[in-house]
Design a protein around this ligand. Structure first.
Ligand code: PMP
Length: 419
């Protein structure tokens, strides 16, 4: 019996499913989770002393890898000044200025504690600004766990047949309209059927919570046009892609600008954060300037904000994105040719599954049946070989600047031996 197994058994007595967020439980791959003791760079070490090259990276935020030395030293200094004031302070101001000063189409940002909160606020803001109630959401996109968004979601719910979580009132779910991804005709029909009542369409422009299902610029532009035509707002949920595909996320890369963007964990390099940003006129509707209530005792926590300032200052150097892209290309080339294995990648986000097909998939319905058991086998083989992939076939992997050619070689060797 390993220490991890013991800890999991203990944990199951005091916490639902033994974990504080569902995917961590290994339910998607079987077995019991490893308990992590420490992490540095690209490596995590469990309580039994096993080390793993980490390609999960806390589900994305750690673009510089674990315990980045610059972030660590900034945070140490911040701790000396106390860690929660519940009052105005300067670091969040500097972070907001850094973001609005470098992303041309946003000029106001509100920080909170999680991506879930950010999406909740974006939706409330869209409803208030338009005076409409319905939200158009896409099948397989995950936007956190607020009631309105737990309808046909991805992430920990990917692969489940339940349309939503228990406990979500029907009265709330009726205001969430679901469209398939990558289907222009379907969204046109929905906008026509619900003319005058859609406050906003929300989408992950590069959906990364049900595998990786990047949408074409044509589809996203079509969605943006429909929103404009019907006086609905477009929300890009860039909790995964913001600051990861490039400083300005997918919106900057594509030139398709949403009315509201939601960001999350990557801003503060793995410290808790969520953010909503938009043009000033819209953001001024949020309290205390306007009638849309949003608040949080721990919002813009100065320690997290300090980690954010250090992280985003570093990310202003575009060389990091170029290096990550180069590393990604090495991964593509090395994986190409391993039996049945496909890697789909957007920048430093990748999805590796044994599905034996080439090319991107763009909707959940294109994901072949039966990948769960094959991924589970591959996952456990890799775990034994010292590689930590996300513990679900539907979660994507991430590269960080702490990974290098050797980490890629080790991943690819382990993958090729797992077939
Ligand atoms: N939106 C997207 C696109 C996400 O991927 C996630 C979580 N990974 C969320 C929202 C929710 O963020 P959080 O887990 O910080 O609440």
């Amino acid at each position: 019996m390993s220490n991890s197994n013991d800890l999991f058994a203990r944990s199951c007595y005091v916490t639902p499913g033994g974990v504080h967020s569902p995917v961590r439980s290994f339910k998607g791959v079987g077995g019991s989770p490893v308990f992590i003791q420490s992490a540095d760079g690209a490596v995590i070490i469990d309580v039994d002393g096993n080390s793993y090259i980490d390609y999960c990276l806390a589900f994305g935020p750690l673009i510089f890898g674990h315990a980045d030395s610059d972030v660590k030293s900034a945070v140490r200094h911040a701790l000396e000044r106390g860690w929660s004031y519940g009052a105005a302070e300067v670091v969040s101001l500097e972070l907001a200025e850094l973001i609005t000063g470098n992303i041309a189409w946003v000029d106001s940002v509100r920080f909170m504690n999680s991506g879930t909160e950010a999406v909740m606020t974006a939706i409330r803001l869209a409803r208030a600004a338009t005076g409409k109630d319905k939200i158009l959401k896409f099948d397989g996109c995950y936007h956190g766990h607020s009631d309105a968004m737990l309808i046909r979601a991805g992430s920990g719910l990917a692969g489940e047949t339940l349309p939503s979580s228990a406990g979500v009132p029907v009265s709330i779910s009726t205001d969430t309209l679901i469209a398939p991804l990558d289907d222009e005709q379907a969204i046109e029909t929905i906008f026509e059927l619900h003319a005058g009542s859609i406050a906003a369409a929300i989408i992950e422009p590069v959906p990364a919570n049900y595998g990786l299902l990047p949408q074409t610029p044509k589809f996203l532009q079509g969605l943006a046009d429909l929103c404009r035509e019907h006086q609905s707002l477009l929300i890009f949920d860039e909790v995964i892609t913001g600051f990861r595909l490039g400083f300005g996320g997918y919106a900057e890369l594509s030139g398709i600008q949403p009315d509201i963007v939601t960001w999350g964990k990557i801003i503060c390099g793995g410290f808790p954060v969520g953010a909503v940003a938009a043009k000033r006129a819209l953001m001024e509707q949020i309290a205390p300037s306007g009638p849309v209530y949003q608040a949080g005792t721990l919002s813009a926590n100065p320690v997290a904000m300090t980690a954010g300032l250090t992280t985003l200052r570093k990310l202003l150097d575009s060389e990091h994105y170029e290096n990550l892209e180069n590393l990604g290309q090495k991964l593509d080339t090395a994986i190409d040719g391993i039996a049945d294995l496909s890697v789909r990648r957007c920048g430093s986000i990748f999805w590796v599954i044994p599905d034996g097909q080439a090319g991107y998939m763009r909707a959940t319905t294109q994901i072949p049946a039966g990948i769960e058991s094959r991924y589970a086998k591959m996952f456990h083989h890799l775990l034994k070989a010292g590689i930590y992939l996300p513990p679900s076939p539907y979660e994507v992997g991430f590269l960080s600047t702490a990974h290098d050619d050797t980490s890629i070689e080790e991943l690819v060797t382990a993958l090729s031996l797992s077939f």
